[in-house]
Design a protein around this ligand. Sequence first.
Ligand code: HEC
Ligand code: HEC
Length: 202
Amino acid sequence: MNVLRFVLVAALAACLAAVTDAAAADLDKARKIVSGRCFLCHGMSGESSSEVFPRLATQNATYLAKQLLDFQSGRRKGSTMNAMAAALTPEEIAALGVFFAVQKADPHPPSDAGLAAVGKFLYSRGNPYSGVAACATCHGPDAHGTESLPRLAGQQALYLEGQLRQFLSGGRTNDSSVMHAIASKLTELEIKALSEYLASVP
Ligand code: HEC
Ligand code: HEC
């Protein structure tokens, strides 16, 4: 009996070690790709080097992988990103998603607290007077998103603003036009307020 238990425990441990080794190897592969190219704009740990580049640290892994696949297929157009994603294999894309998702990032305090307060209202309650849906219903009350929906908390304000404008103009269509319907109802003040608020959420 004891022998059987020992064999079982040993087999389980070997299995777990193999899984952990594979995960570590994937993260190593991702780190190499990041240090070769991505770090230039997104930083080594996914904290972007400028406000126009999205922060990838803490973003959800499946969402990140979907965006890379969309850049690769051309479903999403993004300055240099189509070329950046072109040669990545599906395994590398999955590994890059996990690599960035597990990185830590610091919140940015809002520079305009009044504007952020307007954003907070819109985010959690929408604009019932013009028919803007509350963002929280999809992106979550804490703006952390879900596995497949993007986290907005802590994202660069300028990047958020740019994406809302792209959804509005039809420049970005890889979301099955959910965000187009929402962005088309936002005023300039609302776009600025939402971006200011979301960038400051931890
Ligand atoms: C020359 C700068 C540059 C480099 C290098 C670069 N990116 Fe990007 N990346 C951008 C820009 C700009 C965007 C936003 C594109 C847009 O406007 O939609 C972006 C967007 C992304 C997004 C989408 C983020 C989101 O929230 O939707 C992912 C994922 C991404 N990059 C991953 C990578 C990976 C992985 C690499 C390396 C293989 C890389 N990038 C290299 C500039 C860069
Ligand atoms: C009905 C669900 C839904 C609601 C409500 C919603 N979103 Fe989204 N949002 C999405 C989906 C779906 C995507 C894109 C996922 C993809 O590209 O695969 C998205 C993407 C985004 C992005 C791009 C993030 C990135 O990293 O590039 C921003 C910014 C955004 N939403 C902001 C908002 C704001 C602000 C509101 C409220 C005014 C809002 N969303 C309400 C579903 C929703």
